[in-house]
Design a protein around this ligand. Sequence first.
Ligand SMILES: CC(C)(COP(=O)(O)OP(=O)(O)OC[C@H]1O[C@@H](n2cnc3c(N)ncnc32)[C@H](O)[C@@H]1OP(=O)(O)O)[C@@H](O)C(=O)NCCC(=O)NCCS
Length: 250
Amino acid sequence: MNSRNPPAGTVFLAVFSADLEAACAPTGGLAAHLSPAEAQSARRFTRAGDRLDYMASHALFRLLAAHRLGRGFAETPQLEVTRRCAGCGSTGHGKPAVAGASLSLSRSNGAVMVAAGPEGIPVGADIEHIPDTLHSGFDHYVASAAEREALAPGDIPARLRLWVAKEAVLKAAGLGLSVPPAGVHLAGSPAAEGNCPVLRADSPAHSQVHGLTAVFLPAPPGYAAALSVAAPTTLTRLSLADLLPPLPAA
Ligand SMILES: CC(C)(COP(=O)(O)OP(=O)(O)OC[C@H]1O[C@@H](n2cnc3c(N)ncnc32)[C@H](O)[C@@H]1OP(=O)(O)O)[C@@H](O)C(=O)NCCC(=O)NCCS
């Protein structure tokens, strides 16, 4: 597949930040795919790992946007990314967008994820590293009463699956964590591993969220990832080779 032949439906990638950095080296590195403002923002991160994740997430976002729009990988810095907060209407923060596609990005502790779908059909992507421990208030912040009852004590991966599914839905809605996750109930089996059904958000108090769906996606080992798309579309997993030129023969 090349950049002039993008697939229809919704596409996604979830990769280690270091792998993207290595894959971008022949094209000038991650910085070659950022806007000047993003390159400047990256400098504000004091921890090298956080800076790498930030740069990788925005480089991957632009590479996927270029792919989606049938543009070349070298055009990534010029793509105009706008923002809008669905909560307060500000264009200074909130969900990023590029004309012609619907997009979402996420990063967590060494891995990044992006998704792109048809314009006008909101998508929300979320990836999280599965930690060894969780803070004591996690269940009450994230899970509805029914979800709390279904969670087995100490099952951290199940809790992270619930978290990414809710964040994906809230990001598709453009509201993010301005809506408390525990106020959204996911009908389905969010605690189940493997081939999960589509989860449906039940949140009558938030019309933008109510009825949105989420599915779990393959993620790098040690991570959980989910995607929400506001209308049924096909889902295709891309690889870095779909977005970047082939490496020169050794
Ligand atoms: C968006 C949010 C859910 C991110 O959570 P996270 O797990 O820490 O971070 P992730 O890496 O998964 O996602 C971060 C990306 O989500 C995107 N994002 C930001 N706000 C968003 C929103 N309202 N809806 C969808 N996506 C959003 C951005 O691309 C952001 O990365 P960037 O700032 O570098 O561009 C959380 O930070 C949040 O809810 N922020 C907004 C809170 C809010 O709306 N406050 C009220 C403002 S009026």
